[in-house]
Ligand binder design. Structure first.
Ligand SMILES: Nc1ncnc2c1ncn2[C@@H]1O[C@H](COP(=O)(O)OP(=O)(O)OP(=O)(O)O)[C@@H](O)[C@H]1O
Length: 311
């Protein structure tokens, strides 16, 4: 993807399966929003091939759009409407696209409860707090019961309680509703909680693609084991914690106390990877040399499978 004379995405290839929650991570300016906007059909790409629910987003019609839901980084509109009126109004757009398997739109009362807007549903949108407004954004994104939901930093401004509720909502959408979710976030705990798969974008390239555990094993490596023995705190870093523990307990048995095994978190993995990428970039190496499972360079941002193709 080129803005003017500058390539900001180059060699981005990935696929997303139906019902998967995929999290796109990367430093500021890496190209996450650009990628998502191309997939949403909101931004014309300068090159490459993209397929979303079986259609090229650049040419997707209203029926295609009705199958997707979008939560952008910020909405600043509809200030004089109440949340309930707005959802009812926007929901009506989806009625012609209702199917027995996917009744559209959501019942507005049910939706308001789902996103935790109950008490505020009859307030004017301009009077909502930042977090309440974000809940409304999420409700707008899912009112048409999308098969595929794009979430661009959805929990920015959420308090911890709202964040937890939102995570439960995403897992419910992905589980019971088989909604495919592609989200960007800078909150690595959030990514760890939600994502079936993580994609890490750096300098416009996918530098890692895998599960949290898979990436940790490949990029962050060892686990840290700590314990207390004869009143003294000890710790080691080991690539095989199970084997180490067997040996430790065989040797010291019940004398071992306060045992803890800490696997690398997604934050450890992410930082290790971005550091390696930056070190490599300064030596002029490409992202592929870090072993990202990206399946070779391709000219486009990706493909999101339709229900049919996903089976
Ligand atoms: N409309 C535009 N015109 C020119 N350059 C742009 C435009 N939009 C984004 N860029 C540039 O493209 C690069 C990728 O931006 P993008 O917003 O996709 O990154 P991001 O990963 O979403 O960043 P953040 O985490 O800060 O939201 C940045 O260097 C940005 O300056």
């Amino acid at each position: 993807m080129r803005y003017g004379t500058r390539d900001v995405l180059d060699g981005v290839e990935f696929e997303v399966r139906r019902g998967e929650v995929v999290c796109l991570l990367g430093p500021n300016g890496a190209g996450k929003t650009t990628t998502i906007e191309i997939l949403e059909g909101f931004r014309a790409r300068s090159a490459g091939e993209v397929e979303v629910l079986g259609t090229d987003p650049a040419t997707g019609g209203e029926d295609w759009r009705a199958r997707t839901g979008v939560v952008l980084q910020s909405w600043r509109d509809h200030a004089r409407w109440t949340a309930r009126h707005l959802l009812r109004h926007l929901g009506a757009y989806y009625t012609p696209y209702s199917t027995p398997a996917r009744p559209r739109p959501y019942d507005v009362d049910e939706l308001i409860e789902m996103v935790g807007l109950g008490e505020h549903a009859d307030q004017k949108v301009r009077l909502l707090s930042g977090g309440q407004r974000r809940r409304l954004d999420v409700a707008i994104g899912i009112v048409g019961r999308p098969e595929l939901l794009f979430l661009d930093e959805p929990t920015a401004g959420f308090d911890p309680h709202a964040r937890r509720e939102f995570h439960e909502l995403v897992l419910r959408l992905a589980g019971a509703e088989e909604t495919t979710v592609l989200l960007t976030t800078h909150d690595l705990d959030e990514a760890e909680k939600l994502a079936d798969r993580i994609l890490i974008l750096a300098d416009g390239r996918i530098v890692a693609d895998g599960t949290t555990a898979g990436l940790a094993e490949r990029f962050a490596g060892a686990a840290r084991v700590s314990w207390r023995l004869d009143g003294e705190r000890r710790s080691v870093t080991t690539p095989d914690a199970t084997r180490f523990l067997r040996g430790l307990l065989a040797e010291h048995g019940e004398a071992v106390a306060d045992l803890e095994v800490r696997r690398p978190s997604l934050e450890d993995t992410y930082l290790a990877l971005v550091r390696r990428h930056e070190a490599g970039a300064s030596r002029g190496e490409s992202a592929r040399e870090f072993g990202a499972e990206t399946g070779g360079r391709a000219p486009g941002p990706g493909r999101i499978e339709s229900g049919e193709a996903a089976r």
